[in-house]
Design a binder for this molecule. Structure first.
Ligand code: SF4
Length: 352
């Protein structure tokens, strides 16, 4: 094999593009947003995939587009319906930003997305990564989209020990890619090929599948036997653990009490079972209800569940009970109504 240890990262990337594009054209997954990669479709799929795996996002994408096929439909959808369509995907600010941006696009440019990565990045909820993805995939601009998958592939390919959690590393990798990025159809193909290689072959947390990788003869980390050590990630901030008590209060006729979260902050505007931070005692539950003008009886521990957000982990204990006086800010709904009409985040839906 030809010795390539003196290759610069830029040269390595140049050499990696042809085998990567051939591999992608032979192995690309058939995904609905790839069948018709309009700017709206790419935008929606990229926002959904920001925190969600492809398989999990697929039914949401199909449902969302069949109900909101255009940017104008998205701009006009009532917030309650929007949150219902997003229910279960989490990170609900993504849905709100989509709508906010859609309104802006309809007001300013007839519902069209801007054509350059720079203009795209100025839209609410669209960062450099999503802007690069839309610009390269939908418009063929030679602009990379660098996410965790791409950083992992590049770190291993070039044997980079730079901390991938540092913004400086992301900028450096983006600039490096810009030097070699093709334009036109190949720009979008390269963006998707890098993402897909990271998702399916150059895997995190465990052995990458180097024998199936189109870059195996170029990859410096593979050659040095260090693929599993890379990328370097500085210690992440610890997640805060919070105990919460959740109240599953029934009216005795199959309906449960729910209330609405404040419109801003974590899970803003979503519905929830009444809950509060702290220990699941009857006294705490009664005090919580009394403060809201309500009362319940027969309170007892039912089940414990955990829900993990990015920076916080809720360890929840649910108490069941009978609602005797419904606080004015609560409403009653049966199971079917909760599933059909209420945007109930996964943290609470698991109690159904
Ligand atoms: S050869 Fe292995 S480590 Fe290198 S890019 Fe391919 S899968 Fe990743």
């Amino acid at each position: 094999m030809k010795e390539k240890t003196n290759d610069t990262p830029e040269n390595l990337l140049r050499q990696a593009i042809p085998p990567l594009l051939s591999w992608f054209s032979a192995h690309r997954a058939d995904l609905p947003w790839r069948r018709e990669p309009t700017p709206y479709h790419v935008w929606l799929s990229e926002i959904m995939l920001q925190q969600t795996r492809i398989r999990a996002a697929l039914p949401y994408y199909e449902r969302f587009l069949s109900e909101l096929p255009t940017v104008a439909d998205l701009a006009a959808v009532p917030e309650e319906r929007l949150l219902k369509l997003w229910e279960g995907l989490g990170y609900y600010s993504r849905a709100r930003n989509l709508k906010k941006t859609a309104i802006l696009l309809c007001e300013r440019c007839g519902g069209e997305l801007p054509r350059s990565a720079k203009e795209l990045a100025s839209l609410p909820g669209v960062g450099a990564y999503t802007a690069g993805a839309i610009a390269s995939i939908a418009y063929g601009e030679p602009e990379p989209a660098v996410d965790g998958n791409v950083l992992r592939v590049l770190s291993r390919l070039t044997l980079s020990e730079a901390d991938v959690l540092s913004p400086a590393t992301r900028t450096a990798m983006t600039n490096l890619l810009r030097k070699v990025y093709p334009s036109g159809r190949e720009a979008g193909a390269l963006t998707e090929a890098l993402m897909e290689l990271g998702e399916t072959v150059c895997l995190p947390n465990g052995a990458p599948l180097c024998e199936s990788c189109p870059l195996v003869s170029l990859c410096l980390a593979r050659r040095a036997g260090r693929a599993e050590e890379l990328p370097v990630r500085s210690q992440k901030k610890e997640r805060r653990v919070e105990k919460r008590t959740v109240l599953l209060l029934s009216d005795g006729g199959g309906r449960l009490a729910v209330c609405r979260r404040p419109s801003r902050g974590l899970l803003g505007g979503m519905w929830e079972f009444p809950n509060f931070p702290g220990a699941a005692t009857r006294e705490n539950a009664e005090a919580f209800l009394e403060e809201r003008g309500g009362a319940a009886s027969h309170l007892s521990v039912f089940v414990k569940k955990t829900h993990i957000f990015t920076h916080i982990e809720w360890r929840m204990t649910a108490l069941t009970g009978k609602i005797d006086v419904l606080p004015p800010s609560f409403v009653l709904a049966d199971r079917e109504e909760l599933i059909r009409d209420y945007a109930l985040p996964t943290a609470f839906r698991q109690f159904l």
